[in-house]
Design a binder for this molecule. Sequence first.
Ligand code: NAG
Ligand code: NAG
Ligand code: NAG
Ligand code: NAG
Length: 452
Amino acid sequence: MVKLSPGLLQQLLLSTPAVLAAITVDIDNQDSVKAAAAQVADDLMSSFYHGDEPGAVVGILPGPPTSNDPEGYYWWTGGELWASLLELRSHTGENKYDSVISEGLQFQTGENADFLPANWTATAGNDDQGFWAHAAIIAKESGFADAGSDKPQWLTLAQNVFDEQAARLLSGEGNCSGVLRWQLFAFNNGYNYVNTLSNALFFNLGARLAHVTNNQTFADTASKTYDALSSLGLVTDDYEVYDGIDQIKCEDPNKFQFSSNAGTLLEGAAYMYNKTGDDTWKTRLDGLVDRTIELFFPGGVATEVSCEKNGNCNKDMYFYKGILHRSLSTTMRVAPYTAAKILPVLKSSAKAAASTCTGGDNGRMCGYQWADGKFQDDSNAGTQLSVLNALVSVLQTTNVQSSTTGTGGASGTGSSTSSSPTGSGTAGSMGSNVGVSVLSLIGGLLASSLII
Ligand SMILES: *[C@@H]1O[C@H](CO)[C@@H](O)[C@H](O)[C@H]1NC(C)=O
Ligand SMILES: *[C@@H]1O[C@H](CO)[C@@H](O)[C@H](O)[C@H]1NC(C)=O
Ligand SMILES: *[C@@H]1O[C@H](CO)[C@@H](O)[C@H](O)[C@H]1NC(C)=O
Ligand SMILES: *[C@@H]1O[C@H](CO)[C@@H](O)[C@H](O)[C@H]1NC(C)=O
């Protein structure tokens, strides 16, 4: 059943019970937005998440893509899924996903409690690991109950990732220093690429750890990371945020712009401003917010400008507008003065986003080209998740109680490492997916004619 504003819902219930209807939403009415977000989340989980079914891997969207299954999702999108549901939770009070979130995150923590589980380590980039850490810090910030005492805490997980990545910052290999490579291993494509996203996620994580723990080390490292990105020209004085740079030559940034890079960076800047109150951070935050709105919200509707109009977005990129919306929403929370600029844009964009939710068998799956205001492409987990984030981004936060103290930790079902019976894919087959990561695009993207 479709969730509409309470009044409309009642009317519908009184008339035709079996009607298929699109998501409709009154963007200025919090209850209406909450109802729509709840429906979009339900459709997301029931259509795309199978980790709670026999034989499937817990914690991830089915994937990765292989030649046999090109529709698969990359591993990082699991972290993004949980981050989004945690945000839904803290904006609507929805706690029915608590155990699936907790179990999903815990299942992918790996033996060293650092979100590098054995299955995925060989193909992981710093950004992939960063997205999972991002979910963990959101869990910590929003007071999501830690799993059982035998499981790593959300804060520990986030800190472990930060410490590992801090130890990976380049010094003296090639000309780039103070930044992270994209990939962890030399045998993966992208090892010699410094991508902004890995570094923006690291910066963002440091800023948030500083905020949560009050430990100055995190803030200092975050600050240096921003400076390094800036000195490499990956963030310019005009607040263009470029995609990355060759690690060895360390010149001529790749000038494609993606909303996930800009959003992640500006959200981190908001935390730094919150922590320090410094004018420097305010200037950066304002510059990033202004340029991000100008570039990625033409006509007030989020648009992935580097790929959307010419239909070149890859599987990963369908998730980016959700990241963009969430980062701006969090920015309003930690730097409230920015809301006057941000909220109107999030509203017009979320409204457009919801207007695409007329697809699929149920007549309400969400599409991608929000500015066109209609569903016209296949829905996938990325499109659905982006619309969810867009809706959640215009909601105020609420205090949520954890549904049960036993969430995650005490659950009798498939807890952690030993739930294995015969998954279909073997760990071995993963090795052939080289360079799977957020932007498998250095080759792909540069080859295609993307315009900015
Ligand atoms: C602050 O964080 C850093 C980095 O994780 C850690 O090495 C240091 O021990 C922490 N300091 C305190 C006082 O907890
Ligand atoms: C590093 O930069 C210097 C000065 O611009 C240049 O001469 C050198 O070739 C660069 N190193 C590499 C490995 O590209
Ligand atoms: C810092 O963030 C908190 C939310 O975490 C917010 O309540 C507070 O107003 C922010 N402080 C400033 C100076 O903006
Ligand atoms: C690793 O792969 C095996 C085989 O597919 C699967 O059973 C297990 O759940 C996976 N673990 C993680 C953490 O993805």
